[in-house]
Design a protein around this ligand. Structure first.
Ligand code: NAD
Ligand code: UDP
Length: 343
């Protein structure tokens, strides 16, 4: 399929892996990214893996005039996958307006552009954070939103509502919102992966940096949760599996298989793993020993969340395929690649 897809945030972590999967399936891709949390060199990794270079435009999607100039040039866009957003929970508590401004203005600018320039298909990066601590596990797409723990989480809830209202008011617009659980790992080539700036917030980059000696120790946040080993449970999904779900979503809309104008899917493995299980699986798959210490709980953390993936399996025909140990090994190979590059 040589349709042209706009990927916002396409040099970022999940975006870059999705660009690779789209190009592998024959789609043409144009990326918009302002490089606020990524690097232009990611394009080299994408080109090395796919043998092709995506088009790249560096600017801020919040700049409406610039975005509309872009739409005037790229007339043949079929779909937009919208990854671009700020994503650090803690930072969003300190700088809420920066998060509302970036994450919501960018979304509204894109939706306005889609209406004006008649671009029919939209995929949105949502998050399991919309569920908070769910009343039932595994959590399915029908579960109600819980009050957001952070402005970041709130931007995802509000964004889904903005998208719903917009598709309801515009007959020719279809959208799919994908609620990611915990994306981890890197491409098997180790040519693209996550590039955390400063001290990582997420568990797996913290683990790989600790194993690489960049950090002295991993702090495990809490061992007195009501879980089998006392540490918190999440649903960790390989980033390449996650990327493939975006390709499937785009094809679903192109082939007019959507059941409604806005469809929502959980993207997880359906299996919860505790922090301790992740540490053990990392040590087993890489042969590296991790220096870790149990400390107090992190404010705002939920105890346990993992996905009911029945709906995504049934409707998208998609499921995660790469196992946890292989995924953690890919994260480690990427960390080693980064360290070698820095030498
Ligand atoms: P990332 O920071 O690696 O990628 C986001 C990209 O968007 C970056 O390259 C950044 O430079 C760009 N960007 C941000 N604001 C922009 C703007 N106004 N204009 C142009 N470019 C802009 O993040 P990621 O981990 O790849 O996440 C992608 C999406 O998935 C985000 O919407 C995030 O909220 C969502 N998500 C991520 C996770 C996760 O754990 N990584 C979990 C759930 C949902
Ligand atoms: N976590 C941890 N130490 C860290 C980072 C994370 O113990 O240095 C735990 C965290 O408390 C949570 C799990 O690992 O239970 C996943 O955290 P992450 O920030 O990656 O994802 P999220 O909390 O957003 O689901």
């Amino acid at each position: 399929m040589n349709k042209l897809i706009l990927v916002t945030g396409g040099t970022g972590y999940i975006g870059s892996h999705t660009v690779v999967e789209l190009m592998n399936e024959g789609f043409d891709v144009v990326i918009i990214d302002n490089l606020s949390n990524s690097e232009k060199s990611v394009l080299n990794g994408i080109a090395e893996i796919t043998g092709r270079r995506p088009f790249f435009e560096q600017f801020d999607i919040c700049d409406k005039k610039r975005l509309h100039d872009f739409f005037r040039i790229y007339k043949k866009l079929d779909s937009i996958i919208h990854f671009a957003a700020y994503k650090a929970v803690g930072e969003s508590i300190e700088k809420p307006l920066m998060y509302y401004q970036n994450n919501l203005t960018s979304l509204m600018n894109l939706l306005e552009g889609m209406i004006e320039f008649k671009i029919p298909h939209f995929v949105f990066s949502s998050s399991a954070t919309v569920y908070g601590q769910p009343d039932q596990l595994p959590v399915n797409e029908e579960a109600p939103f819980k009050t957001a723990d952070s402005p970041y989480g709130n931007t995802k809830q509000i964004a889904e509502e903005i998208i719903r209202d917009t598709v309801n008011a515009n007959d020719n617009l279809k959208a799919i919102s994908l609620r990611y659980f915990n994306p981890i790992g890197a491409h098997s080539s180790a040519l693209i992966g996550e590039l955390p700036r400063g001290v990582p917030n997420n568990l797996v980059p913290f683990i790989t940096q600790t194993a690489a000696g960049v950090r002295n120790e991993l702090k495990i946040f809490g061992d007195d949760y009501n879980t089998p080993d006392g540490t918190a449970i999440r649903d960790y999904i390989n980033v390449v599996d996650l990327a493939k779900a975006h390709v499937v979503s785009i094809k679903r809309m192109i082939e007019q298989k959507s059941k409604s104008d806005l469809e929502i899917f959980n993207l997880g493995t359906g299996k919860g793993s505790s922090v301790m299980e992740i540490v053990n699986a990392f040590e087993k798959s890489t042969g590296e020993k991790l220096n870790y210490k149990i400390v107090g709980k992190r404010a705002g953390d939920v105890e346990s969340v993992y996905a009911d993936i029945t709906y995504a399996n049934k409707e998208l025909g998609w499921k995660a395929e790469i196992g946890l140990e292989e995924t953690l090994l890919s994260a480690w190979n990427w960390e080693k690649y980064l360290r070698n590059k820095k030498r």
